[in-house]
Design a protein around this ligand. Structure first.
Ligand code: SAM
Length: 300
């Protein structure tokens, strides 16, 4: 169904034929956008832009990569947060590294049992852009349970105390620029150290189709640090990431296995009370089922 022109912020811009492509040397994903640029700042870390797509609404790009859009952000943000929350069962103190758009902390703060979320985002310009132009995503920055720190998440993890957090969430960008160290062995050793017993790490895990090498290397690192059986992978679908198939990779510092969870009623009551649009109890379990080619990538 076509959207009515009057529903857009600047209807005549929507007839323009300008495209933004997120690509590597061999493949990519293009979205038509209006040509209007709402925010364009070269920060010390990256180029931060807000554009608008007829299909996906306003969207955030960092350097030349899509990060999130108004219309499909729920795929990513519900899947980075709720499976870990329900697998853990009693998470109160959460660390989010990256996540400057605010969608991830918004989802964690839907859980009443959460007492504190510390978010460490390196780039204050990402936070500023999203507060100004993506307010439905950057919706929880004023929540009193949020401790927002603008700084390097790698240094924060290095300096944090042992066994401090129930969950550590790495909502980082691709392994270039400031996020490169978010894929290092030393960083994940620190993440393991600062998790309490029973704690769970969830990391933006790249795509087994678009970024096979980064995807596989991250899983090898997590298997090495957390143990082979304690590094499960959750696959989910994001229309605005190249190839559409993306992952969150886990490190479990305890025995709770997300794929065998049996909390269907609790999960689905939460889903319905909060009006979630992607996550439910079936998706929770199904997302940990891997196609054979992915099993081969990570198991050799
Ligand atoms: N949540 C988004 C989505 O829906 O896809 C994508 C994540 S994007 C907001 C990743 C964030 O990680 C960026 O804002 C980037 O500035 C931040 N980041 C990259 N390296 C970092 C580091 N070393 N420490 C903290 N934040 C970092």
């Amino acid at each position: 169904m076509r959207q009515k022109a009057g529903e857009w912020s600047n209807p005549e811009m929507y007839t323009r034929n300008v495209w933004f492509t997120d690509k590597d040397d061999n493949q990519g994903l293009s979205l038509r956008y209006t040509g209007e640029v709402f925010f364009d700042v070269q920060s010390p870390f990256q180029r931060v832009r807000i554009l608008e797509s007829p299909k996906y609404g306003k969207l955030l790009t960092l350097d030349d990569m899509f990060m999130t859009t108004e219309k499909d952000e729920f795929h990513y943000h519900e899947m980075i947060s709720h499976p870990a929350m329900f697998t853990h069962g009693n998470a109160k103190n959460i660390l989010v590294i990256g996540g400057g758009d605010g969608g991830t902390v918004r989802e964690f703060l839907r859980h009443e049992g959460v007492e504190k979320v510390t978010m460490v985002e390196i780039d204050g310009e990402v936070i500023r852009a999203c507060k100004e132009h993506l307010p439905t995503i950057a919706a929880s920055f004023d929540d009193p349970k949020l401790n927002l720190i603008v700084g390097d998440g790698i240094a924060f993890a290095r300096e944090a105390a042992n066994e401090e957090f129930d969950l550590v969430i790495v909502d980082g960008s691709d392994p270039v620029g400031p996020a490169e160290g978010l894929f290092s062995v030393e960083f994940y050793r620190n993440c393991h150290r600062i998790l309490k017993p029973g704690g769970i790490l969830v990391a933006q895990g790249e795509s087994p189709k678009f970024n096979e090498q980064a995807f596989t290397e991250l899983n090898i690192t997590l298997q090495h640090i957390f143990g082979k059986e304690n590094a499960p992978i959750s696959l989910f679908y994001v229309p605005t990431y190249p190839t559409g198939m993306w992952s969150f990779q886990y490190g479990l510092k305890g025995s709770a296995q997300p794929k065998t969870i049996s909390k269907e009623t609790e999960i689905d009551q939460f889903v319905s009370a909060k009006g979630l649009k992607y996550y439910n109890s079936d998706i929770h379990k199904a997302s940990f089922a891997l196609p054979n080619f992915v099993k081969t990538l990570v198991n050799g």
